[in-house]
Design a protein around this ligand. Structure first.
Ligand code: F6R
Length: 246
């Protein structure tokens, strides 16, 4: 089942998403949280840090697994997703760092790293709540539009549009890695609950296709309609095209 919440703006989207994550932590103190990077969740992580500072959240028993990481970037590289997570969340809360997992993009054996990551998630008992952003092309994690859904954690080639979109964080487009490790669609679909967030007009088409288009690997997020517990929080701009179809 998919529940859609439309908010006035980005701030309200972040507050609502942070409340859902906080509720999950309150209900199960040792939750396994699946986390995402990118611009969209930054405000959500700020809200969570605030709640922690106010003494309203305790992360001491929480375990996190991130969706993806660029191949070839060291954890200290400011463009790596490991650095992003430390900087926006982990450094500011009481989570033991050893229980924050991000795929290792510098691994000598990437295939092995993927298999181990998949196994790790299983050993942790699966993800209780997976936070997802949405690519303008409908991708989730780095599962790009393609002819088939990739089930497990794998190495993927980034599409040109994703490289272009992500180049805003790099000095030049040439510096954006061309491949990444990502949880697969099957990995994501196994999460017990999913929370997808999207804001801004450039996500409107992807939101419309995710909610009303065919379920197809050409719009990877469309598969979420087959998941039993998905909450989508979008601002009015991201919902604008879908609203015409309701
Ligand atoms: C990030 C991730 C990506 C982003 C998506 C949207 O870990 O898996 O799927 O969620 O590219 O990115 P932003 O939020 O920067 O628009």
């Amino acid at each position: 089942m998919m529940k859609v919440i439309v908010t006035k703006n980005y701030e309200e989207m972040c507050q609502k998403a942070a409340r859902i994550i906080a509720a999950q932590i309150t209900l199960k103190e040792d939750s396994v949280l699946g986390l995402a990077t990118g611009s969209t969740p930054v405000g959500i992580y700020q809200e969570l840090v605030k709640k922690y500072e106010d003494g309203r959240l305790d992360f001491s028993e929480i375990v996190t697994v991130n969706l993806d990481e660029y191949v070839g970037l060291a954890p200290e590289n400011e463009q790596s997703y490991r650095w992003f997570m430390n900087h926006h969340l982990f450094d500011h809360i009481n989570i033991p760092k050893q229980y924050t997992y991000v795929p290792k993009g510098l691994s000598d054996d990437l295939e092995d790293e993927c298999d181990n990551y998949e196994l790790l998630i299983q050993q942790l008992g699966g993800v209780d709540l997976q936070l997802l952003g949405l690519g303008a092309n409908g991708h989730i994690g780095f599962n790009e539009p393609s002819s088939a859904f990739a089930a497990e954690t794998h190495v993927c080639t980034l599409s040109d549009s994703t490289i272009e979109a992500n180049s805003r964080f790099f000095a030049s487009k040439e510096e954006v890695p061309t491949s990444a490790i990502t949880m697969g669609i099957g990995t994501i679909m196994q999460a017990k609950k999913i929370l997808l967030v999207a804001n801004g007009e450039n996500k409107a088409k992807a939101i419309q296709q995710m909610l009303f288009g065919p379920v197809t690997p050409q719009c990877p997020a469309s598969i979420l309609r087959f998941h039993q517990d998905v909450t989508v929080i979008v601002d009015e701009a991201a919902f604008s095209l879908a609203a015409e179809q309701e």
